[in-house]
Design a protein around this ligand. Structure first.
Ligand SMILES: C[S@@+](CC[C@H](N)C(=O)[O-])C[C@H]1O[C@@H](n2cnc3c(N)ncnc32)[C@H](O)[C@@H]1O
Length: 437
């Protein structure tokens, strides 16, 4: 049954769709079909599941079954089409200036984290950041012999989670209001801790409340880039066993850590800025001038396919470039010619005093093949472009098929010095190190 072209006089509890097709004689044939809201939701849910399976986000039969079961359209006030859109989060709370504070994550991101967590019947799981839907998926996966605890710092969110979980039939999930910086010791230990809010650190409580062979899945921000990482113990440290690109609302409370922004241009719809996730200090005025100054291009000869993900190139650039803010630009800035590439998530940039550079891809004569290159602005544009392009070439020649490892060691741990293929970032509780083979 296709989506209704028009909705006319719905009967109570039913949606009536009326489709009018012209018949060959020019008369009008009216075909009427009806389905309950629940039938419509089931259809949307199945479409969502098919999409996640086809795109490889949901692979394990138990994860697919959980996605097929939980009625996410029961989120209070949610439009069913939106609730079952696999790529879109449902923002449920914003700050006064419009920043998303809480959401039901996009189904694709939830599927990705559920796969990373490898949840089995009987496990005890702590979910950090509530909403209800993901906790219901986890409850499906661990079954009646398992236990799910979900914690959120915001009472509005835990109220909403309670409401969803009882409407959807998951009353056994324990919902706690509190700052997850301290975990939830009352129900520890946990076989899995699934973090659904962006964090720049791993607080000691999470490690302490994890079983010896437990797994933490968390969206960790390292030098501005966020990846959901599955971490397992390695002595006193945790090491990654998988990572995926993602975007989450930022942590609030004790673990909040803001990213600074050097605003380079702030016309409405054409904003350009450099996001700084670290102690670096830049010459803001010089970089603002650089944006409108001399621009250089350098092409690397490195080719990529049109649908190829650049997530590992970006992790390599995160390792190799220094200082490395992220260039974030609104689409209008690209249209206006201020920048040659725009991404709300940010593109690794390299700053050299009064000049900066970022990556871009250009089409080649071959269909669906692009060449990677660098655009640089400022008085030293050519030098900074050359340094950046060199790292694109190094990635291609030495690391293109490699996967880096993230190590989370307690703060103050001795780690190997930064080498050309590793980068350490210090946080309040941890030393994060990206290492390439
Ligand atoms: C993306 S939402 C959670 C999505 C949810 N798990 C779902 O079912 O899709 C992130 C949540 O993290 C919460 N949060 C932020 N900082 C927190 C903290 N320090 N402790 C606990 N929750 C926090 C926010 O209030 C927000 O509701």
């Amino acid at each position: 049954m296709g989506a209704a072209a028009s909705l006319e006089g719905p009967l109570p509890g039913r949606i009536v769709s009326t489709r009018q097709d012209a018949d060959p004689e020019g008369a009008t044939v009216t075909e009427q079909s009806s389905m309950t809201a629940e039938e419509k939701a089931a259809g949307l849910r199945e479409q969502m599941v098919q999409y996640l399976v086809e795109h490889g986000d949901a692979r394990t039969p138990s994860v697919v079954a959980a996605l097929r079961k939980v009625p996410r359209h029961l989120v209070a006030g949610a439009d069913p089409e939106r609730a079952y859109s696999p790529e879109k989060a449902l923002v449920t709370k914003r700050s006064a200036d419009g920043v998303g504070l809480s959401s039901v994550s996009a189904a694709r991101v939830q599927a990705m984290q559920l796969e990373q967590a490898d949840l089995l019947a009987g496990m005890r799981v702590l979910e950090v950041g509530s909403g209800g839907v993901n906790a219901a998926y986890i409850a499906e996966l661990v079954g009646p012999s398992g236990k799910v605890v979900t914690v959120d710092i915001d009472e509005d969110v835990t109220d909403r989670a309670h409401q969803f979980l009882s409407a959807a039939g998951y009353e056994d999930v324990v919902v706690v209001t509190g700052d997850a910086e301290h975990g939830v010791p009352a129900h520890a230990p946990y076989d899995r801790i699934v973090v659904t809010v962006e964090t720049s650190d791993i607080p000691p409580a999470w490690r302490e409340q994890l079983t010896p062979d437990g797994v933490i899945v968390a969206p960790i921000r390292v030098r501005g880039l966020t990846r959901t990482v599955a971490l397992v113990r390695d002595g006193e440290s945790l090491v990654s066993r998988s990572m995926d690109v993602c975007g989450f609302v930022p942590m609030r409370g004790e673990g909040a850590s803001a990213v600074d922004v050097v605003v380079l241009h702030d016309d409405a719809g054409q904003g350009v800025g450099l996001r700084i996730d670290g102690p670096e200090v830049f010459d803001d005025q010089a970089l603002r001038e650089a944006l409108h100054d001399w621009r250089a291009e350098q092409w690397s000869g490195v080719m990529v396919g049109g649908t190829e993900s650049l997530e590992y190139l970006d992790l390599w650039l995160t390792t190799a470039l220094d200082p490395m803010p992220l260039l974030a630009a609104e689409p209008g800035a690209k249209v206006a010619g201020l920048v040659a590439a725009a991404s709300p998530l940010g593109i690794p940039a390299l700053v050299d005093g009064d000049s900066f550079a970022y990556r871009k891809a250009r089409p080649t004569e071959e269909a669906d093949r692009f060449e990677l290159g660098v655009i640089a602005h400022g008085p030293h544009a050519e030098q900074v472009a050359a340094r950046y392009a060199e790292q694109i070439v190094t990635w291609d020649a030495e690391h293109r098929s490699d996967r880096p490892r993230l190590t989370v060691a307690p703060a103050g741990s001795q780690v190997a010095e930064d080498s050309p293929s590793s980068r350490t970032v210090d946080r309040r509780h941890s030393r994060l190190t990206i290492t390439w083979p």
